[in-house]
Ligand binder design. Sequence first.
Ligand code: NAP
Length: 282
Amino acid sequence: MFTGRTKNLGILGWPVEHSLSPAMQNAALQKAGLDYVYVALPVQPKHLGDAVAGLRHMGFAGWNVTIPHKSEILPLLDDVHEDARVIGAVNTVVRSGEKLIGYNTDVAGFLAGLEAAGCTAEGKHAVMLGAGGAARAVLWGLCKSRVSDIVVGVRNPQKAQTLADDFRGYGRISVLHWADNVFAEALSQAELLINTTPIGMYPKVDDMPPVELKRLPKSALVYDIIYTPEKTKLLQEAERLGHPIVNGEPMLVGQGAEAFRLWTGVQPDEALMRRILREGLV
Ligand code: NAP
């Protein structure tokens, strides 16, 4: 039962009705016997400043941040953790005394996916497809894991160069068009292939990034951060060719579990969180 002492958490975004985080977080909070409630916080972009001030004054213990507020919220916070600062996006806010601290738990989520696949990225040649928002967390996760080098394959190298420039100094990163011969060469050396594009995501489940998977060494892990469908065309194809594979589900659960730990200091039941998510996903 919720009382006057119940602590408030939520997800700040626009829109947020589709979010599975309330179901996932409330189930985990209840299982852990914690007196918290997690609600949807739909806030239009033009009201973000007022909303953050309101959450601050209403004493919210913390909240998740989703599209379109992940970057815009940075200047409204009192402090920002290194991961969020480097990525340039906050997906979790934690109240610490009177201060609001911004974090990015997508990095921990991405690394949880690697761990679920029994893979360590250290010293490996990585190829990443796409250079959007999620790619920034993946790239930072790879740099923190001390990969040998990262080749970013995209359809528009000029646009993606900004991403590589932002991460210059953290790792050896190059951007190539994925139809380029040099990209095909990089693929043949890769030990890790990560898709961060939405190609193959529901409902376009027959689509697949235009890469020649047969060039990839058999032992290379193929990691698709998409979680709907459970097994994208890319993962089906990779599995057929004998590659180890992992989908975006452990990343999704991992980012939520890390936020839960930051808010409560308690380890959530991740198997329960995963079950709730899978029930709500396509
Ligand atoms: P985003 O910011 O829109 O970036 C998408 C990237 O993919 C861009 O580089 C874009 O290239 C490229 N792209 C999109 N459609 C393409 C197409 N048809 N052909 C070639 N390139 C294409 O999206 P995002 O937020 O990074 O999300 C990407 C995917 O990651 C989504 O499927 C999302 O569900 C998933 N995701 C998963 C998790 C998780 O926890 N597992 C977390 C975050 C995101 P251009 O710049 O040229 O348009």
